[in-house]
Design a protein around this ligand. Structure first.
Ligand code: GTP
Ligand code: MG
Length: 185
């Protein structure tokens, strides 16, 4: 019962989701935004969009505009356009396909060469080791030390083992990224 209405602060952030074909970018976004998952693979063409609205605090609303960029686009010449004015990114690989991990540093290099924050710093990026539900069945846990070192060396803030299928760790990864973004406001 405050005597005056509180001023609501609103933020809009553009977040990129990139990584090779079929790594689960669209699935992660669908899980995060709509809490759904499908086994059917329908490859994204060009770019897709989703919006996640978060009540960050009683007086702060955050809108995340998620740019779901087709894996195919690494070989095209549109990424510079897609990356424009992004403030953060998620790079996704598929733990069952080592080639998609090899592509992670290529995506990161593409990103760093084409987008930066207004102060010139690289945008914050998180690595998602996706389909962890299958990895556990196939060959046991991930080499966490190797991933920690990889993140240090390639300028990733942190990595998360995720599953869009089982809804593992996606909220945590997004929360972590958002805390990083908000800490700069
Ligand atoms: P492109 O749009 O082609 O770049 O692919 P994408 O990265 O958007 O992959 P998408 O989300 O379409 O997923 C590809 C396939 O992997 C689909 O059949 C999904 O059901 C499956 N998939 C995605 N995430 C997971 C996961 O966490 N676990 C398992 N088991 N399957 C997954
Ligand atoms: Mg897709």
């Amino acid at each position: 019962d405050t005597p005056y209405p509180t001023e609501i602060r609103e933020y809009l952030y553009k977040i990129l989701v990139i990584g090779d074909l079929g790594t689960g970018k669209t699935s992660i976004i669908k899980r995060y935004v709509h809490n759904i998952f499908s086994q059917n693979y329908k490859s994204t063409i060009g770019v897709d969009f989703a919006l996640k609205v978060i009540q960050w605090s009683p007086d702060t609303v955050v809108r995340l505009q998620l740019w779901d960029i087709a894996g195919q686009e690494r070989f095209g010449n549109m990424t510079r356009v897609y990356y424009k004015e992004a403030v953060a990114a998620l790079v996704v690989y598929d733990v069952t396909r080592p080639k998609t991990f090899e592509a992670v540093s290529k995506w990161k290099a593409d990103l760093d060469s084409k987008v930066s924050l207004p102060d010139g710093e690289p945008i914050p990026v998180i690595l998602l080791a996706n389909k962890i539900d299958l990895q556990e069945e196939m060959s046991g846990p991930l080499d966490t030390e190797e991933l920690d070192t990889f993140c240090d060396e390639h300028g990733f803030l942190k990595w998360f083992g995720t599953s869009a299928k089982n809804n593992s760790n996606i909220d945590d990864a997004a929360q972590y990224l958002l805390e990083e973004i908000m800490s700069r406001e």
